[in-house]
Design a protein around this ligand. Sequence first.
Ligand SMILES: [Zn+2]
Length: 106
Amino acid sequence: MSHEQACPRCRTHNLLAVLSLPDTWTNASGNQARVISDVPLCARCDADDPFAGPVVTYFAVHGSAQPETAPHLARCLLRWIEHARPPKPDRNVLNAEAEAWYCGDL
Ligand SMILES: [Zn+2]
C-alpha cells in the first residue's frame, strides 16, 4: 500500500492499494513476454465499482484497517483481487472492432 503514488486516472493521491498482477503480453512477432501489470485501487475513481467499491467504503468509514473488522476487509479485498484485471488497451480496441462488426451485421 502506498499513499505517495498518484492515481494514473484522476492524478490525485487517493490510491488505497496497488495490485501487481502477473500477466503475459504477446508482442507483434507472436512472442510472449511475462510482465507485471499494476491495477490501482483509487478512492475517487473506484468508489462506484461493484468490486472495488466496498474496499473504498471500508476505508472511508474506518480510515484504516481495524483489527476487529479485518475479516470483513479481507473479504472485500479478496473479491476485488478476484475480479481485478490488468488494463488491456489492445484488447479494448479489439472488442470495439468486434462490436462494430456485429452492429454492421445486424
Ligand atoms: Zn483515481
